[in-house]
Design a protein around this ligand. Sequence first.
Ligand SMILES: [Zn+2]
Length: 433
Amino acid sequence: MFDLIIRNANLPDGRSGVDIGIEGGRIADVAATIEAAAHGEIDATGRLVSPPFVDPHFHMDATLSLGLPRLNRSGTLLEGIALWGELRPTLTREAVVERALSYCDLAVAQGLLHIRSHVDTSDPRLVTVEALLEVRDRVAPYIDLQLVAFPQDGYYRSPGAVEALNRALDMGVDVVGGIPHFERTMSDGAASVEALCRIAAERGLPVDMHCDETDDPMSRHIETLAKETIRFGLQGRVAGSHLTSMHSMDNYYVSKLIPLMAEAAINVIPNPLINIMLQGRHDTYPKRRGLTRVRELMEAGLNVSFGHDCVMDPWYSMGSADMLEVGHMAIHVAQMAGIEDRKKIFDALTVNSARTMGIEGYGLDRGCNADLIILEARDPLEALRLKPSRLAVIRRGKIIARTPARVSELMLDGRPRLVDGSDYAPVLSADAE
Ligand SMILES: [Zn+2]
């Protein structure tokens, strides 16, 4: 007797007609047909059942603060940082907690159940750290929230940042952050990478740095980050977020850089929505895209996962907590429209990000946590195309969110009465693939 059985599901790896049996909050069986009974059953015929979405790069201390104290007029990264600098001294713990909890409601509704958020440690009051530690505890029953100590104003550039970052880690922040390209000189940036990797090694923590988030083809911090990763034995535990400079770097140099990153097993976290919005701002035409070299990094075997980064904050006025929106943008900007390409993009929103965050018990295998989403789509390609309803979001075997199917009613003579977008994709023959 299972607690719950999901019947006849399509899985992201292409299997269809699969039953998933859940017991005690874990996946107890995955088989073509489960004969046993269950206290509850869900018919998922023709629907994609996936592990939940994972966002490995977010700023939950700033989310939903759009318009405070005013809007970003230039739309640039630097005005965003300046605006945040104006807002930060006025933040209260209560307001940050309330906005973060609201965002988490939105995330659950979208099937996003694992989030790594940077938390700004630049204000010596550390209000943002206190607030997000509280949020981490409060959302723990439904979202795994991982926090990164992020010296937004620069580790060496801003007085007091070194001490504040250590204090944040003492308070229980999970990951060491950094922003080497925002230090005053290239050598200060390199020194910050070395110092922060040393702290991570000493404390046994992962690293996740905003790294080379510029259009400067000469920015070299990812090279330093890879080198220090190897030196401190942190392979596989270090993430380079953004890496937009790689878009503009010399090709010969990149041919030497990517193998170094692979040797260091750097987790690469591009943020397609934010990168396409903020990069290339000094260009006239042609205007660079600024997204890092996603295809080349994947082909070299690096673990690439996409972040949402911002939702309605000083840097980005849009966003919806929907990782499929992030993947949709990635397909376009990275020009990865092939069938295998799009499958890789879906992985970058799920399994790859779970690996970046070191999430245990993630996936659809027997013994994994029964954390699942049922989408109003047949497969990952359709999910990316339609960004469809999350019909059910399941955490540890219990349904925690439901959304109705998106079905429209037509009043047209001679045409169908109901339109469900998920019925409209032509079925491709094996030859077409
Ligand atoms: Zn960021």
